[in-house]
Design a protein around this ligand. Structure first.
Ligand code: ARG
Length: 478
């Protein structure tokens, strides 16, 4: 094995740094690269520029900067933003991060006015502001995709509101349910995720700017001006907390991990259901891939990959919790490590929601196969017990009677509904002709006719309520 390459120790001159004044020698070249964040925090450039413009505007209103400075700063920042968007901006690792890259380029473009932009500000309150602005947009994008997915689920639930499938507990056939009802269970999980996204966004929309390095600033700043310009709901009340806490990032990662856990459960069901053994649903070819060796294979790659991505979002959450747990107040360089896990959770959640929102409308149920599976496994046994209770038996006695009937069915390889009235009467003389109404699959699902129940009529009503609930929940996030 080759020994690791010796890092280069050539250093850049101290004066090249925006903070170089008190340093005798330049930064070690490896340390420069090791401590830089520009390779991953450059995605904050829009937020950084918006924050700088608002800060500069506020400084002018309180008389710290001149109108001439402001004009130059705005023009310079506009040019830089256009260059970055067009891929023409030269990012430099020696300039460490997105903030100093933009500030240094600004001074190159407009001269001394650029040097005055950082008055009354620190990278500590700057970065905290940038991330919150970024997360606000990230929450909105995720909320929009989650909503698109939920709308698709409601349409599919409507299409299959009376399609009968087996419901499972312990992955053993339990009772018949409607496919629409099953899809509405997925909807409920996601609606809570959307609500969690809204909550995360609401709590993070507080402005750190003005906290400066940690203690505030001696300039006569007006934080309300900046807050209004940037669309924050309020200002962070404590400067030490404002620059140091990243609980909003943890909260987003937790929301993302929870939502991915839900998407992963749905994925697991789709993977099972598309197998030849279940054969409950078909996914169109465009969401599947083949095998390079087995010509017959059509693999449900999209759900499998979403299930696999849960590892990332769980990992990112633990990474951030661990990152924060030992930090004394206020800002520490540790915090630079918040970005990669956070951005990865944003990308993963957004990508998985998008994949599902595109795929769900294309799911096709194999209704005969679902029905056939529901009619196996004595799925109406509880209905027979309930029938006997209505005829006067205590539930425990009814349970035992049906147990005997099921054993008979197992021995003779037939379902309860296949047994003749005479056979059924051997288990209880309370059983009469009307028993066959409850032993059918339709009889079973139609009987569960209350809010939250699986009856097709209830599924229809639940879809109406769900679509109204989605409309109010999504509105509050925008
Ligand atoms: N790149 C830094 C970060 O992401 C910006 C803040 C640096 N502040 C400092 N005092 N070194 O956290």
């Amino acid at each position: 094995m080759k020994p690791p390459e010796k890092p280069t120790t050539e250093s850049s001159a101290p004066a090249a740094k925006l903070w170089g004044g008190r340093f005798d020698e330049g930064t070690d070249a490896f340390v420069e690269a090791f401590t830089a964040s520009v390779t991953f925090d450059q995605r904050l450039y829009r937020q950084d520029i918006a924050g700088s413009k608002a800060h500069a505007q506020m400084l002018r209103q309180v008389g710290v900067l001149s109108s001439d400075d402001i004009q130059k700063i705005n023009t310079g920042l506009d040019k830089i933003e256009a260059d970055i968007s067009a891929g023409k901006f030269q990012w430099s690792v020696a300039r460490e991060d997105v903030h100093m890259n933009i500030e240094a380029a600004l001074t190159e473009h407009i001269g001394d006015a650029g040097k005055r932009l950082h008055t009354g500000r620190s990278r500590n309150d700057q970065v905290a502001t940038d991330i919150r602005l970024y997360m606000r947009d990230a929450c909105d994008l995720c909320a929009a995709e989650a909503t698109r997915l939920m709308q698709a689920l409601l349409q599919l639930a409507d299409k299959y509101h009376d399609t009968i499938m087996p419901g499972f507990t312990h992955l053993q056939t339990a009772q018949p349910v409607t496919f629409g009802h099953h899809l509405l269970a997925w909807f409920e999980m996601l609606l809570r995720d959307l609500d969690r996204l809204n909550d995360t966004r609401r709590r993070l929309n507080q402005m750190p700017l003005g906290a400066a390095a940690l203690a505030g600033t001696s300039y006569p700043i007006d934080r309300n001006i900046t807050k209004e310009l940037l669309g924050f709901d309020g200002v962070c009340e404590n400067s030490l907390d404002a620059v140091s806490d990243r609980d909003f990032a943890i909260e987003f990662c937790s929301t993302a991990a929870t939502c991915l856990m839900h998407l992963s459960r749905m994925s697991e069901e789709l993977v099972l259901w598309t197998s030849a053994q279940f054969n409950f649903v078909r996914l169109p070819d465009r969401f599947c891939t083949g095998s390079s060796i087995m010509p017959q294979k059509k693999n449900p790659d999209v759900p499998e990959l979403v299930r696999g991505k849960t590892g990332r979002t769980n990992g990112n959450l633990i990474a951030l919790l661990t990152l924060m747990k030992g930090q004394p107040l206020a800002y520490n360089k540790d915090n630079q490590e918040d970005k990669e896990p956070l951005f990865d959770s944003v990308d993963t959640l957004l990508g998985c929601l998008r994949a599902f929102a595109d795929m769900v409308p294309a799911i096709e149920a194999n209704e005969p196969s679902m029905r056939e599976a529901a009619s196996r496994g004595f799925s109406t046994a509880t209905d027979l017990a309930d029938y006997l209770v209505r005829k006067g038996l205590a539930f425990r006695d009814a349970h035992e009677v049906v147990g005997f009937a099921v054993r008979h069915g197992l021995e003779h390889n037939c379902d309860l509904s296949d047994m003749s009235l005479n056979i059924l009467k051997q288990f209880s003389n309370k059983i009469e002709k009307d028993v066959f109404e409850v032993l059918t699959l339709e009889g079973s699902v139609n009987a569960r006719n209350h809010i939250g129940g699986t009856a097709p009529e209830q599924v229809k009503l639940a879809i109406e309520r769900a679509s109204a609930r989605l409309a109010t929940t999504y509105q509050t996030s925008a």
